[in-house]
Design a binder for this molecule. Structure first.
Ligand SMILES: C[S@@+](CC[C@H](N)C(=O)[O-])C[C@H]1O[C@@H](n2cnc3c(N)ncnc32)[C@H](O)[C@@H]1O
Length: 215
């Protein structure tokens, strides 16, 4: 993914009231969300369409979205700031998925959404895929027992690779799989599209989805 630099993005992100400065030490989620609702995490929020819409549709939960890059998170910040009905049950953090174990207590997350992660197609980059065994181990550690991980991608090769990883990961049980989400009446119920999902499905590319439970 090519990232366009946004002038002033550091200041814009820092000034946004829903951005948590986790690097600076603010990581007490019980204090940030004192209502003690189930906590859901989106990894790689991109431009923010998914998390903002999910937070609106699910006031019974609290949402945290992370992204590695300030220039990307800035797009989510702008979308939230522009929205007259911006939900307050969500926070955004500049954070690396590899380090979610330092952002959340073990077993504290109700659900993880992994939407259209970079496919890293070259075999020598396999370890960078967010569904590689090390990442799945990290994600499992912050999920509650019976917590779920939902993964969507347009990339068939990444999906095949990821299915194999979930099948062999002792921490997960696969609950549902489709290689054409939008044609699946059950799995597509309540589906919220991300920016990537919208772009690919408009081009006729089928969307793959996997749902797994932390066991
Ligand atoms: C292909 S984009 C998808 C964006 C969005 N989820 C969507 O579906 O429209 C992948 C996103 O993951 C973010 N990302 C990549 N590696 C990451 C990491 N290690 N930790 C957190 N975010 C990451 C990128 O900055 C980018 O925003």
């Amino acid at each position: 993914m090519r990232i366009r630099h946004i002038a002033g993005s550091d200041e814009e992100v820092a000034a946004c009231p829903i951005v948590v400065d986790a690097e600076g030490g603010e990581r007490d989620w019980d204090k940030i969300f004192p209502d003690n609702k189930p906590l859901r995490l989106e990894i790689g929020v991109g431009k923010g369409q998914f998390i903002i819409e999910m937070a609106k549709r699910h006031p019974e939960a609290d949402f945290v979205g992370i992204d590695l890059f300030t220039d990307v998170l800035c797009r989510s910040v702008r979308k939230w700031m522009r929205d007259e009905n911006a939900p307050d049950n969500m926070r955004l953090v500049i954070w690396d998925a590899a380090l979610v174990g330092e952002l959340f207590k073990p077993g504290s997350i109700d659900k993880i959404y992994l939407n259209f992660p970079d496919p890293w197609p070259k075999p020598r980059h396999q370890k960078r895929r967010l569904t590689s065994p090390t990442f799945l181990h990290t994600f499992a550690s912050v999920l509650k027992p019976q917590g779920q991980l939902e993964f969507k991608t347009d990339n068939q090769e990444l999906f095949t690779y990821s299915l194999e990883q979930f099948e062999t990961a002792s921490a997960f049980r696969i609950d549902a799989v489709t290689r054409d989400l939008h044609a699946d009446s059950i799995l597509s119920e309540g589906n919220v599209q991300t920016e990537y999902e919208q772009k690919f499905s408009e081009q006729g590319v089928p969307i793959c989805k996997l749902v797994a439970t932390r066991i």
